[in-house]
Structures are given as C-alpha cells and as structure tokens.
Write a protein that binds this ligand. Structure first.
Ligand code: PLP
Length: 394
C-alpha cells in the first residue's frame, strides 16, 4: 500500500483565520444590525493602477494577432520583465545580471517550491512571530525547524546567536506580522553569520516597497557578502496590488554555491522541469510596474495605505500604547493593553467596538499578548476604527 507523506499529519490546523471567521460570523448572527470594521486581512483593496491595466489590455490584444501572439513563455521569465526587475535593483546600486532574476507566479508559491534546492535533512530557522507558510512548508518536507522567538526587547529583530544556527535561515523584512525592518548593520550580522556557517538565507522582501526610511535596505543584496549566502523572494502582490493577478520574482546570485553546486543553475534546472512559465499577459502587466509612471502610480496607492497607518498610529501614540511597524510597513503590531492575551483582546475589540484585527498568537506562541492591524482597508474604516479604539482604551 502506498505511504502518503505522513508529515502532513504533523501540521497544526490553520485555526487563525478560521477562528476569526467563526467568531465574527457568530457575532454578526447575534448582532445583525452591527457593521464590522475589518483591519485583519492582508489582502489589498485598491485596484491595479492605470499603467498596469493599459499594459494588460495591450497584451490581451497581442494574443489576438498572429504576428504578436505568445505561446509558452521562457520558464525563468520573459527577458523584458527580467531586465525591468534587474533595472529596479540597479536604482539601489544592486547589480544583477538578467539571468539572476527568476519570474514567479507569487511569493507563496516560490517560498514552498524553493525548498527543492535543499536536502531534506537540512534544518530551517524561523524567527517568530512569522508568516505561517515558512513553518508549514518545512513541516511538509519533514525538516527540522528551529523556532527563534523575538520580542519587544529586541524590537522583534533578533540578532544571530548559537541558538540560531541552521542550514536555511528565513528573514522577512519588513516583517509580517510585526512590521519591523532590519537596518543594514543588523542585516550584515545575519549575512556574516550565514557565510560563517555555510547557511543560506531566504530573504522575504514582499513588503520592500513600503519602506520610506532611505537608510533601510530594501534588498538583502544591498549588504556586502549577501551574493554568497542569500536568495531573495519578492512579490507584486502588495507592491502593486497583484494578489489576485499573481506575479513575483526571485533573485539567486550566481555566486551562491555550496559543496560545488550553484543554486542559480539548480533553480533554472528546476524551473525548466516544473513550470512552463508565467502568462505573457501577466508579465506584461508586471513590466509596467517598473516604469517611471508605473512606479509613481503604485506609490500613490502605497501612500493611501500608509496614510491609514498614520491615522491608527496617532491614536496609539495618544494612548501611550507600545507598537512597531506602520512607518515602513502596512502592518501595525501593538502590545495588548493590561497584559491581555491576544484572543482576549480580539474578543474585546469585536464585541465592544466591532473592530476585527489579527491575534498575534496566530503567528507563533511568542506573539501572544500582541495584535496585528492591517492597513489595506479604506481610510474611512481605519479612521472610524482608530476613533473607537481610542474611546475604548483612553
Ligand atoms: N511573504 C509574506 C511575508 C507575506 O505576507 C505574503 C502574503 O501575505 C507572501 C509572502 C505571499 O505573497 P504572494 O501573494 O506573492 O504569494
């Protein structure tokens, strides 16, 4: 009889969003006249910008003409998009060759698939609280996971230590859920640590476009030594509203080698076997993001989300509540008042002011006592939620 991958039985139920939806559903059934203000979801609410829509339409038309029609696309991505992405990095003085950029159909897909590059006996370090996919993808592969808790004391940006030794090191900056961002000196410590131990860093830069402090790195490749130890995974989802359109990219420098194997060559071999490329139409839409006009337009949308963050941060500042994030990220991570647990605080906000956020415990045990607010909703809802929160906690 076939043996299934028994590691699936080790996965914990993803009860976070399920539990949130159960609780909100029950509350609405009992209180049908109430309207909820939802600051929990990580999905965007603004439509794609005009430049992207224009490029998508043109690409659809291309597909109607014999001379412009595109069938299968190159597995690692269309040269026109790989060049645009490399050009985007060049703006920050990061030099990449076009074939160090791989186009993907999103960061989630890639975060799971990239694990094909590592032996199953390798260990993975996950700094918690963390985006849940890191843990689950490694459980499915049967890997040993080292959970490194972070805290308010280290600003949710822990430094490397003996406890952090692992073959694969996940770093997410700006972080989901905490919004914390590594500065260059902190990131250099992780790069040196990875190089000293022969580890590989998987750097999740899904929120890099939200960084407004010019001194902070958008890419791990702004750090000396990273070309020898890091893979960067990025997404058009939050940068340009592609959550439903699906597009991302992964950077694997040719200098990243272990035991005589070159990860860039390995990933090309993987892609040519396991994908037939991302749709021409979507890649054309993505290429429009990294034009002058496209960048202006996506940043206008990001500014709208950042303005939501400012509104909520103002209330938290007035209340004297500790939080991080918000300034360089679409998430605000706050300490629950009065030593409340994160689910207790969730219930309080739901029942007293009809505001829905995300309990920190859902991102790892050390997230208990904290709460995440997402800034991807409307200004109107965020203003109202900030006002109600202030009235409740003042
Ligand atoms: N990485 C982080 C940290 C995220 O928060 C998300 C989505 O919320 C992703 C990756 C997934 O992005 P994508 O939509 O490109 O799959």
């Amino acid at each position: 009889m076939i043996t299934p991958n028994m590691h699936y039985s080790e996965l914990k139920d993803s009860y976070l969003f399920y539990n949130i939806s159960l609780k909100t559903k029950k509350y609405l059934e009992e209180n049908p006249d109430k309207k909820l203000l939802r600051l929990g979801i990580g999905d965007v609410s603004l439509p794609l910008c005009d430049e992207v829509i224009k490029a998508l339409h043109e690409a659809v038309d291309d597909q109607s003409k014999k001379e412009n029609f595109h069938g299968y696309m190159p597995e690692a991505g269309a040269p026109f998009l790989r060049e645009r992405i490399a050009g985007y990095y060049k703006r920050r003085n990061v030099n990449l060759s076009t074939d160090e950029v791989f186009v993907s159909s999103g960061a989630s897909d890639e975060l799971g698939d990239i694990l094909d590059l590592f032996d199953r006996s390798s260990s993975a370090l996950v700094i918690e609280p963390a985006y849940p996919a890191y843990v689950d993808a490694n459980i499915m592969a049967g890997r040993k996971i080292i959970h490194l808790p972070s805290s308010k004391e280290d600003g949710f940006l822990p430094r490397p230590s003996e406890d952090a030794k692992a073959d694969i090191i996940y770093l997410c900056s700006p972080n989901n859920p905490t919004g914390a961002v590594f500065n260059k000196a902190q990131l250099k410590e992780w790069v040196d640590f990875a190089n000293a131990n022969g580890s590989v860093i998987l750097f999740d830069a899904a929120y890099e476009a939200f960084i407004e402090d010019d001194s902070l790195p958008h890419s791990i490749f702004e750090i000396e030594g990273a070309r020898e130890c890091a893979i960067e995974i990025c997404s058009f989802s939050k940068t340009a509203g592609f959550t439903g359109t699906r597009l991302g990219y992964t950077v694997i420098p040719k200098d990243l080698k272990r035991q005589g194997m070159c990860f860039n060559d390995m990933w090309l071999r993987n892609r040519t076997t396991k994908t037939n490329g991302v749709s021409y139409i979507i890649q054309k839409g993505g290429a429009a993001v990294f034009t002058e006009e496209g960048l202006k337009q996506i940043h206008a949308n990001i500014d709208i989300y950042k303005n939501n963050a400012r509104v909520l941060m103002e209330s938290l500042d007035k209340l004297g509540i500790w939080y991080c994030g918000g300034q360089n990220s679409p998430y605000i991570w706050m300490k629950c008042p009065g030593n409340m647990g994160s689910w207790e605080f969730f219930d309080l906000l739901l029942t007293k002011i009809q505001v829905v956020g995300t309990p920190g415990e859902g991102f790892g045990a050390c997230g208990d006592g904290y709460f995440r607010f997402s800034m991807f909703g409307s200004l109107e809802d965020t203003k109202e939620a900030a006002k109600r929160l202030y009235e409740l906690l003042k």
